[in-house]
Design a protein around this ligand. Structure first.
Ligand code: ADP
Length: 583
């Protein structure tokens, strides 16, 4: 090797005259003389050496020469970079000490002596993979090719060493990606496939293959037309796929429905060379969707029927109440006339019976009035608008001002109420009914009523997680307070420290004309107030329920919009949870 073997040093004449650049002209030349021949060979040799040197210096792989005893005789710049040893520190050293990990050294020496003895070796003249040892002690994967260099005084070896760390990483990433993909495909209800032009299946895999009785190994390499003969849907999909159509299609196979998405694979010229597709088994999904549709339709029908029968019921209640009022008015008048005109004539027993007749007809009148109000609550159109509930409550308190004063009931409103979208007149009726009950059914010397609300936001979660006294237990019974907080609309309440309701009666208080035993002691009533409350609240899409501790007090809760969990259909569920039915 020369120190400066740049090919340029040989000049163009060398190239022209060298055997690498034969003279192709037909002009015959005189045979060279011996000195000329010698000079030519020298030049050729110099040029070969220059070429080799350039290769050695600039090769992208490490080039290492060793002699027959394993001592390094040449070490190119790439070997320096790869193993961290400079040429000066490597040449003359045993190769094994420098670059072969200790665990491979014995095998190296065995190979070397075997080759020297037999001139045969498994590691010679072929590429093999092993590990290299860096100067810093780290190991890395390498690919090595060893060739034998015959020398005048024996043999030497030349090795080309390539660092395969990056390649190995890519291979490992690829294997991982394949593994992941395989796991998905093996467990998802899909079939993934690739087809070449003409429909030859080059790849097909997926759990959904079981559903159509196809085994991947049996169909790969076969035409899709053989596997699914005379199936126009498959042929259509294939044809469209090779035309570049990527729109999804539904295909029925072996009684299963598949949604097929396909993507064309194009070569550098944009020609479609294959299609890759995913077919998802949507049979269950479609069945569920169909069931849902049928259920929704039935529900809608039932709702419409319910609505119609409710309207009819309201209409009926209205007609009955209205028509009964006429003869009742006559009975009331006659009862009064009898008492006024004949009260002195009849004896005490007769007089008290006449009094009872008047009271009963008054009560009947009251009930008919309540029935009329109830049917009005069901039929009157709601005038929904954003309403300030503070004003609504104040109007109710004003209307009940006399009773509050008379019974010395303190009213507290812990914090202002929010605005709500509702019919303020109807919600005013709700508050009047609840507050008047709270005034009426109270036997405590210091009576109070609390009018408040809970919001659905974090405050609700906080309260629900650490329930405050009287907070709706239904929140806890929904399973998760977080879910409850997210799904519930604001909850309004009217709380009192009154007589309370026994647990077995909780479910009954909202029933038509239902008055609990002993209610008369606290004042008269039709037993319709809470029924009307329920009707109004439900017409707003809300729910109403009660929690109570007998002899300690009650809290009536209501919402004015449906919760997102069940679109308002949860009313009955919630009422059942909080208020077990009273039979
Ligand atoms: P009314 O008050 O006219 O009897 P309601 O429908 O308003 O009719 O109430 C039904 C029954 O529920 C009442 O008779 C009473 O027994 C009971 N009730 C209602 N509100 C309360 C309350 N705040 N405290 C205790 N019991 C109540």
């Amino acid at each position: 090797m020369t120190d400066d073997p740049s090919p340029e040093r040989f000049g163009p004449g060398v190239m022209e005259g060298s055997s690498l650049s034969p003279n192709l002209t037909d002009t015959p030349r005189a045979a060279p003389t011996l000195p000329e021949e010698f000079s030519l060979c020298t030049r050729e040799l110099a040029m070969d050496a220059a070429c080799y040197h350039a290769l050695f210096e600039h090769a992208l792989d490490a080039l290492i020469h060793i002699d027959a005893s394993g001592i390094i005789t040449a070490w190119n710049p790439q070997a320096e970079r790869l193993f961290g040893w400079p040429a000066a520190a490597s040449v003359g050293k045993p190769l094994a000490d420098l670059v072969i990990p200790p665990r491979h050294q014995a095998a190296f020496f065995e190979c070397l002596s075997h080759f020297l003895a037999t001139r045969h070796g498994a590691a010679v003249d072929r590429r093999f993979e092993t590990s290299g040892l860096h100067r810093d002690g780290s190991e890395f994967p390498v690919e090595v090719t060893v060739t034998v260099v015959p020398m005048s005084e024996g043999i030497a070896f030349s090795a080309i060493v390539r660092d395969t760390t990056h390649q190995k990483q890519i291979e490992s990433d690829l294997r991982l990606a394949e593994h992941r993909l395989g796991a998905i495909i093996a467990n998802a209800p899909v079939i993934v496939f690739a087809a070449a032009p003409g429909g030859v299946i080059s790849w097909i895999q997926g759990k959904a293959l079981e559903a159509i009785g196809v085994r991947s190994a049996e169909v790969i390499g076969r035409s899709i037309h053989d596997v699914f003969p005379n199936d126009p849907q498959i042929q259509d999909i294939l044809r469209r796929g090779f035309q570049g159509d990527t729109s999804p299609k539904i295909v029925e196979l072996a009684g299963q429905a598949f949604e097929v998405h396909q993507l064309p694979h194009r070569d550098d010229n944009g020609c479609i060379t294959a299609i890759v597709g995913v077919a998802t088994n949507v049979t269950e999904h479609r069945r569920a969707a169909e069931e849902l549709r049928v259920t929704a339709e039935a529900l809608e029908k039932r709702n419409a029927e319910l609505l119609r029968s409710n309207l009819e019921l309201d209409e009926f209640a209205h007609i009955v109440a209205h028509d009964l009022k006429e003869p009742l008015r006559g009975m009331q008048t006659y009862a009064s006339v009898l008492i006024d005109a004949y009260g002195d004539i009849v004896d005490t027993a007769g007089r008290s019976r006449l009094e009872a007749l008047r009271q009963l007809s008054d009560r009947l009148n009251q009930q008919l009035e309540a029935l009329l109000e109830y049917s009005r609550a069901g039929s009157v159109e709601l005038a929904m608008r954003e309403s300030d509930l503070n004003q609504v409550v104040n109007r109710a308190l004003f209307a009940l001002g006399f009773a509050l004063q008379d019974r010395r009931v303190a009213v507290r409103i812990p914090r202002p109420l929010p605005a709500a979208r509702c019919d303020p007149h109807r919600v005013n009726e709700v508050y009047i009914n609840l507050i008047s009950n709270a005034i009426k059914y109270n036997d405590k010397p210091e009576k109070w009523i609390e009018i408040g609300w809970y919001e659905r936001e974090p405050a609700v979660t906080d309260v629900a997680e650490t329930p405050a006294a009287g907070f709706p237990s239904a929140f806890d019974q929904c399973g998760s307070t977080k879910v409850a907080a997210d799904l519930m609309p604001p909850v309004f309440y009217v709380r009192d420290n009154g007589i309370g309701i026994e647990p077995q009666h909780l479910g009954a208080v909202f029933r038509v004309f239902k008055r609990l035993p002993g209610s008369d002691e606290y004042g008269s009533g039709s037993g319709m107030g809470l029924t009307i409350v329920k009707k109004i609240v439900e017409r707003h899409g809300g729910r109403v329920w009660v929690e109570s501790t007998h002899k300690e007090g009650s809290t009536f809760f209501f919402t004015l919009e449906p919760g997102m969990d069940n679109g308002g259909a949860g009313h009955d569920q919630r009422q059942t949870l909080s208020n077990p039915p009273d039979r």
